[in-house]
Design a protein around this ligand. Sequence first.
Ligand code: ARG
Length: 401
Amino acid sequence: MSGRNIHVYSEIGNLKTVVLHRPGEEIENLTPDYLERLLFDDIPFLKVAREEHDNFAKILQNNGVEVLYLEKLTAESVECKEVKELFLSEVISECGIEKKEEIEKIKEFLRALPTKAMVDKIMAGVRKKEVGYKEDFNEYPFLMDPMPNLYFTRDPFASIGKGITLNSMRTRTRRRETIFGKYIFKYHPEFKGSNVPLWYDRSHQYNIEGGDELVLSNEILAVGHSERTDKEAILTMAKNIFEAGESFNTVLIFDIPKIRAFMHLDTVFTMIDHDKFTVHPGIEGSLKVTAVTFDEKNKELIMNEEEGSLEKILSKYLKKDITLIRCGGGDRIISGREQWNDGSNTLAIAPGKVVTYERNYITNEILDKYNVTVLSMASSELSRGRGGPRCMSMPLYREDL
Ligand SMILES: NC(=[NH2+])NCCC[C@H](N)C(=O)O
């Protein structure tokens, strides 16, 4: 089976391969009691969420993108007995079960399933009654929590250059999601031989999430210091990338407000063409940008705080005039509404060709006026998880510009 490589040196190069996760039974395991802890604002109707997601996949496939599914890649990675045992032990060890008897029961229950069904069940969560325990109505029903955020494949691991960051997620509910990427890149028949370099590892103390990681060019990265990502993690990742001799020579750290609406940099800022970005006006006034470079001789990072407007800073580093397209046109109400529904979270599948949510029709009309090709999709149910088309996708291969 031929090896696959990671190759992502821009946000806009023709997208050739992407990882998605089709919303699973984990969505049906959401209830009001746990919505906040599980990072959802409402309970999606799974049937419709799947229809919307299938349409998303079809848009990509109709535009020449190979769609891989996280759940299938994981099942293919843990098929062999030894790896499956390692995987089961790691997944169970991180779900907070303490009693040895419960650990053995849930391991036996999962081991007995066909591999793909086992992966689907781990993602969906395991209830106490599924392994033979009595459930009182008022007690917590899960032995293993559901992972409803898995369809936001942008965050647990992120492709940069030839490698990935295997991320250390901020919240407990999303931490186990990174185990899937760990086993795919270590054991999947099409990846294990590629020795994909890790620019960051899930075991590291400081947090970083993929929604904060943007590849602006083959030299420049932009990373959000956000509600979910620590500056220390960005610096560790930067040093690993610089020392590996990749083509990147600068990491721009965007210090953005630490609030849920702006949870990741890509909720307020995405690249859509060689010289165009969408941006939420809510970050422009207070934005602080720090440029991180590398002193090869002393093997040290150098940090310089950038002055001036976002356009000026981007123009300086991308060496071209930059246009910022404000989500919602800059109107306080429209921008607020459309940013909340991920109007700034565009996925570029080619230069000037993006996937967006149809509900953000004002921003879409503005993009059209800038000659951006907009492929819009319904998202009434998907939006309840508070993520957009970029959140729901992790590129593995983009053609160079
Ligand atoms: N790249 C992104 N903007 N991801 C959005 C993730 C949404 C998810 N409910 C969370 O809070 O983590």
